[in-house]
Write a protein that binds this ligand. Structure first.
Ligand SMILES: [Cu+2]
Length: 149
């Protein structure tokens, strides 16, 4: 009874894969408005907006930057009036979703800075997505008090 089911599945699988590819061509995964908070300490934070117009879900797996030893994806929450940061293993960006990394919330943590980050500098960031692959952005350094646009 089960054997006849195997053949149709084998035929359908390549068709599904082809659908996924064409959906990717209809839109892009866009990373925009990247900026890095000025820092005179060993750590810094980067903020940006990810918009997924590909028609498929994607996942931010990791981030890299030559200015820091370690780069992590963090989320910040307030518990009992205390700001707490926690590391996220990854950051899913569903189809059609726009995820904003902004002060007080999700951010890219730059740990072990080679040098202070001063206004006027630009920091290269590489974001590695499961499907879109590596996306590179140049993030200007802005004053510590900057809160967005
Ligand atoms: Cu953090």
């Amino acid at each position: 009874m089960f054997r006849p089911l195997l053949l149709p599945l084998v035929l359908i699988a390549p068709l599904l894969a082809a659908c996924g590819e064409s959906a990717n061509e209809s839109g892009a995964l866009e990373v925009r408005d990247a900026w890095v908070r000025a820092s005179a300490t060993q750590t810094g934070a980067a903020y940006l907006t990810i918009e997924n117009k590909t028609g498929d879900g994607d996942v931010l797996l990791e981030a890299r930057s030559p200015v820091a030893d370690t780069v992590e994806i963090h989320d910040m929450t307030v518990e009992d009036m205390v700001m707490r940061m926690r590391r996220l293993g990854n950051l899913p960006v569903a189809s059609g979703e726009t995820v904003e990394l902004a002060p007080g919330g999700k951010h890219i943590m730059l740990i072990g800075l080679e040098a202070p980050l001063e206004e006027g500098q630009t920091v290269p960031l590489t974001l590695v997505f499961e499907t879109a692959g590596e996306v590179e952005v140049e993030a200007p350094v802005r004053a510590a008090g900057h809160s967005g646009h």
